[in-house]
Ligand binder design. Sequence first.
Ligand code: PLP
Length: 358
Amino acid sequence: MNSLFSDHVAALQPYVPGEQARLPNLLKLNTNENPWGPSLRVLEAMRAAISDDLRLYPDHQALGLRRAIARRHDMDVDQVFVGNGSDEILAHVFSAFFLRSGRPLWLPDISYGFYPTWCRLYGVPAHPMALADDFSVQVADYVREVEVEPCGILLANPNAPTGLALGLDDIARIAAARPDSTVVIDEAYVDFGAESAASLIADFRNLLVVHTLSKSRSLAGLRVGYALGQPDLIAGLVRIKDSFNSYPLDRVALAGAQAAIEDEAWFERTCQALIAAREQLALDLQALGFECLPSKANFIFAFHPHHRAADIAAGLRDQGILVRHFSTPRIDRFLRITVGTPEQCARLCKALGVVLAR
Ligand SMILES: *Cc1c(COP(=O)(O)O)cnc(C)c1O
């Protein structure tokens, strides 16, 4: 390491995002991007925002966007926080809620790979909680009495990379059992068939729900996410944001994100199409011999009993198709396959037929 670096840099373990390869005739099913693309109203709104007004700073309170989000979730505007992708919001969450005298953060042993990266960046002790053998969250572990209360609990729901969803009763039980911990539910994939914990926010002052426009609104390239919570919890995030970057969203992103939230029809239609494609893909993978976890997300976590996951991924890559393989204990026999359009899923299954026949 360069001797000019700050003391903590050597110990960081930066997150490695899925590959953005440049292959001919590439089919990217490795980073859970949405194949249907954003609403045309989003593109129009962004074009309109590209004007001489770009010499002016954007609204640091993002009021237009936050009002649209508040309307959609039937909340007040002071219950909504927006950020440059939900990844940025989650980083602010660590800074705002999880730095509490070395108290541990509870999180599943298998979940979004960025969580341990932030634990290292912020020096938050991670306390991994084992998922059951079927990869479900063992709720009893989260509600039992302990000597040291966690600073927080961080759950992706549906979980990544399993796609399994936790019910609202279980989330309410956890939030009720841990009133002195911030319970953060990362709902990046919730719109593909799970239930949002946003409806529990009125009951729990310690509950924060995080959403992204990257997946169900098909705007991974725009970098917009939001968080919902009671106003005094949101105020903590605002204090961090205004100590870090007052203008995380530019004028063009604000306009596009607001149009995306307001175009309910496009959102509903593309989510339903994605869910239908997912259910068909699960059947087709099973017909090829795969075992699939029941997914409520826009990807399927599957393994083949007779083929190594890394070999399948390499074989698909030879045919220009990328899927995600994690060489992590407990899940290294699985592939995480993003759901594409029906045509893309058919191409995938055809290629899998070739790879598995080798
Ligand atoms: C994709 C994803 C995110 C990141 O979303 P961005 O808004 O694109 O930063 C956060 N959490 C989970 C679980 C994700 O899968």
